[in-house]
Design a protein around this ligand. Structure first.
Ligand SMILES: Nc1ncnc2c1ncn2[C@@H]1O[C@H](COP(=O)(O)OP(=O)(O)OP(=O)(O)O)[C@@H](O)[C@H]1O
Length: 322
């Protein structure tokens, strides 16, 4: 029934519904994950080590069948409909694993031989800035150059959907920025990109939407702004000389949801940043004191992530499927 269920007109290029993956021995690495990626969107999967990112992406790439739920890529089941999906997708795995004796050009030509309608090798290498390294053996490439070669190979087939597993790991700051620029250009040209990353600034700056996985489940999802908006902002300052924490106005009444004092430094968290900051400054003016070291900042994606990771560090037993 594969042909009839393929709906290429759908804006949801990737659809993941209640996805489950159970490894041999019964360990449930993916426990009911649901998300979708629209055409021409960059979607980032984030999560602590072992959260289930690679286990999820492998199912999207059709490397294994799900143990529950379902996946559609370009309207097809990527496992049973692999022949229809694979030519239209590009995959950059965490480990490329090319024969290290071949040169960059030989590797790309070999790969291009396996791809129908491949773009010229020179063009793919130029996209990732490796055109000057064509005659260099793979074993002589730096770690960052190998990642760029992985990306060039994923781009050979001019894919509609690109899966990038930690695409900038090992790249220096310039290489990382170049890769972001390339991914944006591909997206603007209509390519749909799903990437995993450990770099929060990468997800914040690059992704149109993202999901943070935690122990095999989606702990937070949305645009970077939506995910951070759900987290409290921070205010910190030094207690004025001669004042004690009890001299401050009642904090709960200022919208403060968490507070701590570390020596003379007061740290607050609030969902009402403007109101809390205004009330504190009015109190300081009335008292005729200065709030030295005042630092007011909105929640960042990093904080959202750390909140989730902190929760993850609480002792738990591994969950096994029945
Ligand atoms: N083949 C396997 N057999 C058994 N357990 C596995 C297997 N592969 C992964 N796991 C376990 O599944 C969980 C999720 O692993 P996965 O590699 O998907 O996480 P990840 O989010 O990609 O982590 P990382 O950020 O470290 O790459 C981990 O607890 C891991 O130990």
């Amino acid at each position: 029934m594969e042909a009839t269920e393929a709906t290429d007109t759908s804006e949801h290029v990737i659809e993941v519904t209640d996805l489950r993956r159970v490894y041999r021995g019964g360990f449930e690495a993916v426990r009911g994950v649901t998300f979708h990626v629209d055409r021409g969107e960059i979607f980032a999967l984030l999560g602590t080590n072992g959260a289930g990112k690679t286990s999820t992406v492998e199912l999207l790439e059709g490397l294994a069948p799900p143990d529950g739920g379902h996946v559609r890529v370009l309207g097809h089941d990527p496992y049973t409909g692999r022949a229809a999906v694979r030519p239209r997708t590009g995959v950059m795995l965490q480990e490329g694993g090319f024969p290290s004796e071949l040169t960059v050009g030989e590797t790309a030509r070999m790969w291009a031989g396996c791809v129908s309608g491949a773009r010229p090798v020179r063009e793919a290498l130029a996209l990732v800035g490796l055109e000057q390294r064509t005659d260099v053996r793979v074993k002589q490439l730096s770690g960052g150059e190998r990642r760029r070669l992985d990306l060039a190979l994923a781009l050979l087939g001019e894919p509609e959907v690109l899966f990038l597993d930690e695409p900038t790991t090992g790249l220096d700051a310039e290489g990382r920025r170049d890769t972001w620029e390339l991914v944006r250009t591909l997206r603007d040209g209509g390519t749909t990109v799903l990437l995993t990353t450990h770099y929060l600034e990468e997800a914040e700056g690059l992704a149109d939407r993202l999901a943070i996985l935690h122990e095999g489940r989606v702990a937070a999802a949305g645009t970077p702004a939506e995910v951070t908006a759900s987290r409290p902002s921070r205010i910190s300052f030094e207690l004025p000389t001669g004042y004690f924490p009890g001299d401050l106005p009642p904090l709960a009444g200022l919208g403060v949801v968490e507070h701590e004092t570390d020596g003379r430094v007061v740290r607050l968290r609030t969902h009402e940043l403007q109101r809390t900051a205004t009330e504190l400054l009015l109190w300081a003016r009335r008292a005729g004191v200065e709030l030295r070291g005042l630092d007011v900042r909105s929640a960042s994606l990093e904080e959202a992530f750390l909140d989730i990771a902190r929760d993850a560090s609480a002792p738990r037993t591994k969950e096994y499927a029945a």
